[in-house]
Design a protein around this ligand. Structure first.
Ligand code: DAT
Ligand code: MG
Length: 156
């Protein structure tokens, strides 16, 4: 796959949806020049969260609270595509702890200090883990194939 077709999974968590931050967060990815590949508003099941999405964290003390929080309302699940989107998406989010996040990042600009309410999820420390996470939330047919009219302006 071409480098500028890299994809990542991003989800706006229940507090991000309830606080009306969906548009602002999508805007940042759009303005950066990433292409929206898939998006849906979904109330994730406990099964998806417990047994798939957060399975890697199952031994952590905060795991039950995390699953409950993610299951407390709808989330906006998305796939974004572009050059280095896995790494850059992570930078745009900020650190896990909002208090450690730098100004200009989502978790700094819209949060105070609570790790347990950090409004946004990104897969992904690697392209492979992004792909794995994405496939839990989206069927292949839900990934929309189209060329952005800005593509040639962004990539030369
Ligand atoms: P990130 O969401 O930055 O990728 P992660 O994958 O380490 O962070 O953890 C997933 C989520 O778990 C994180 O967004 C919030 C929650 N979490 C992590 N560490 C926590 C902690 N010490 N206390 C409470 N929740 C925590
Ligand atoms: Mg993580």
């Amino acid at each position: 796959m071409a480098a500028n077709c890299e994809r990542t999974f991003i989800a706006i968590k229940p507090d991000g949806v309830q606080r009306g931050l969906v548009g602002e967060i999508i805007k940042r990815f759009e303005q950066k020049g990433f292409r929206l590949v898939a998006m849906k508003l979904v109330h994730a099941s406990e099964d998806l969260l417990q047994n798939s999405h957060y399975i890697d964290l199952k031994d952590r003390p905060f795991y039950p609270g995390l699953v409950k929080y993610m299951n407390s309302g709808p989330v906006v699940a998305m796939v974004w595509e572009g050059l280095n989107v896995v790494k850059t998406g992570r930078v745009m989010l900020g650190e896990t702890n909002p208090a450690d996040s730098k100004p200009g990042t989502i978790r700094c600009d819209f949060l105070q200090f609570k790790v347990g309410r950090n409004i946004i999820h990104t897969a992904s420390d690697s392209v492979e883990s992004a792909q794995k996470r994405r496939s839990l939330w989206f069927k292949p047919a839900e990934l929309v194939d189209y060329k952005s009219c800005a593509h040639d302006w962004i990539y030369e």
